[in-house]
Design a protein around this ligand. Structure first.
Ligand code: ADP
Ligand code: MG
Length: 295
């Protein structure tokens, strides 16, 4: 499915002393099986934006079209949209509430109108795809580790078979090992099932390693919507809005400036290692050549 946002603005508490503009003239299209990163510092409007994608919040200005249909139109089936666009909230563990994990994860599909057996079937499939085996089915969600709770919460949304999966800082507060597990899981869902993933993050390393496209927000506006390598070549501009490129981009930029013929726009450690290794070989070959000439 395709979601198209046209000049979307959102104002909280309009007409009161608490009036606050959170989105300003946002235009974008998503839904082609991409893995998209949405970054921006606290208060830039990321959470407000993602809650518009499944109609939890409706725009104060502009339009949102789902497969060409205006979701604010009277009679638009917003309930269905919420199943097609799955939203995993920040700190999703607070959304776990049933007595056991299987019940919790089958809550969504039951709510969708599936009969109990089908709902359980869907929940089991979703549990397997996030790496929770049968032994977790009867456990209390509250006994799970932090990473397992996040995975259970993601499974609860996956069980509804969404076409677009939106996750608001799903790795916040997790250790690096747990973060990698979640990110690899998302990559697998995108590659194997063709689900469009929109990942909200403030970790540049995370979005650089996994996404095909990065949207940067600042003060409710979209500043850039580009490929990761293009985004992270804007080190100075990112710093101006209190964001930073991945650390490896700084290393490569510094090497480039000091005369190393490396590509300063690489964003992952693997690419950087390849670039540096190639340069070291070239330099060694040149040194060997020079030594041979002296002899
Ligand atoms: P982010 O997720 O990037 O941190 P948010 O979308 O949460 O940004 O917030 C954008 C702006 O909207 C901020 O100024 C924030 O204070 C304000 N805001 C967010 N939620 C509400 C709300 N429920 N009521 C009023 N203002 C809000
Ligand atoms: Mg937020």
């Amino acid at each position: 499915m395709e979601l198209r946002l046209e000049h979307v603005g959102h104002i909280y508490n309009p007409g009161t002393t608490y009036e606050r503009r959170a989105l300003d003239d946002v235009c974008m299209t998503i839904g082609n099986g991409e893995f998209i990163g949405l970054i921006g510092h606290t208060g830039s409007g990321k959470s407000t934006l993602v809650q518009h994608l499944n109609g939890l919040l409706l725009p104060s200005e502009g339009k949102i079209y789902a497969d060409g249909e205006d979701i604010s139109a009277e009679g638009y089936p917003l309930r269905k949209l919420r199943f097609r666009v799955g939203l995993v909230f920040q700190y999703p563990e607070y959304q776990l509430f049933e007595s056991d994990v299987l019940k919790d994860i089958s809550f969504g599909p039951k709510n969708q109108g599936l009969n109990p057996e089908e709902a359980i079937q869907r929940a089991r499939e979703a549990m397997r795809s996030v790496g929770l085996d049968e032994s977790y089915e009867t456990r209390s969600p509250f006994e799970l580790s932090g990473g397992q709770k996040r995975r259970a919460a993601i499974a609860g949304i996956l069980a509804m078979n969404p076409e677009i999966l939106v996750l608001d800082e799903p790795t916040a507060g997790m250790d690096p090992g747990g973060r990698t597990e979640i990110l690899q899981l998302l990559k697998k869902l995108q590659e194997e099932r063709g689900i469009t993933i929109l990942l909200v993050s403030h970790s540049m390393e995370d979005v650089a390693d996994y996404t095909d496209r990065i949207i940067v927000m600042e003060e409710g506006k979209i500043l850039w919507d580009e490929k990761p390598s293009k985004i992270f070549s804007r080190i100075k501009e990112l710093e101006k809005i209190s964001l930073a490129a991945p650390q490896v981009s700084y290393v490569m930029a510094a090497l480039h400036e000091s005369g190393w013929d490396v590509d300063p726009s690489v964003t992952t450690i693997d690419q950087a290692a390849d670039e540096i290794e190639a340069q070291v070989r070239k330099r060694q070959a040149a040194a060997g050549h020079a030594a041979a000439q002296v002899e």
